[in-house]
Design a protein around this ligand. Structure first.
Ligand SMILES: Nc1nc2c(ncn2[C@@H]2O[C@H](COP(=O)(O)OP(=O)(O)OP(=O)(O)O)[C@@H](O)[C@H]2O)c(=O)[nH]1
Ligand SMILES: [Zn+2]
Length: 189
């Protein structure tokens, strides 16, 4: 937090309002530049955050079976249009030698990489890579499903269309049936 230059954003928002033919001095818009700066501070707090930080603390547990945290809701901003895309991430891994991460840290990693101008593919890969590098697990599989506002409120305008991306390491990369198992678990309510 605190990395955002509020003054610069406020100036830019006033310019955009002028450029689209609005009057930034009218009552309803007077505080808008300030609000947008505050909003960007919140939605872009993940700029410069390293998701690997969340996997520095590892617990030792006699568990070498699947761990899946599914339905991790996230919101991000597409870097092409600065419009939101949002949906759910599902993060699965199989620990090696009983080395497990805190469950909340999987969600924290998703959150950190979402809160910056992004591409859905990159969110998927950044979470998978961080987990693979820090825990060296037997396998990692990250699946992300999202709806992109830049495809619904402008451009091609296809509301309801969902984009699904996946990134696999280790066992999940090599074994189709392991990936299928995760997909069926994701579909379960
Ligand atoms: N691969 C990928 N593409 C994305 C993502 N978010 C938005 N896009 C796409 O980025 C592309 C940008 O295409 P451009 O042709 O440069 O921009 P544009 O003229 O606004 O494109 P249209 O959306 O087709 O009108 C579009 O096809 C978007 O759908 C994402 O997370 N991943
Ligand atoms: Zn976009």
């Amino acid at each position: 937090m605190g990395k955002v230059d509020h003054g610069k954003i406020e100036e830019a928002v006033r310019l955009i309002l002028e450029a689209v033919g609005e009057d930034p001095e009218r009552e309803g818009l007077l505080d808008t530049p300030k609000r947008v700066a505050k909003m960007y501070e919140e939605v872009f707090w993940g700029i410069g955050e390293d998701p690997k930080e969340y996997f520095k603390t590892v617990f030792h547990e006699d568990h070498e079976e699947l761990v899946l945290v599914k339905d991790i809701h996230f919101q991000s901003m597409c870097e092409h249009h600065l419009l939101p895309f949002y949906g759910k991430a599902h993060v699965a891994y199989i620990p090696r030698n009983g080395e497990v991460a805190g469950l909340s840290k999987l969600a924290r990693a998703v959150e950190a990489v979402s809160r910056r101008p992004q591409l859905q593919e990159r969110i998927t890969a950044e979470v998978a890579d961080a987990l693979a590098e820090m825990l060296d697990p037997l396998g990692v599989y990250v699946v992300v499903e999202a709806e992109h506002m830049c495809m619904t409120m402008r451009g091609i305008r296809k509301p309801g269309s969902k984009t699904v991306t996946a990134s696999a390491h280790g066992i999940f990369d090599q074994d189709d049936s392991k990936r299928a198992e995760i997909i069926s678990l994701i579909k379960m309510s």
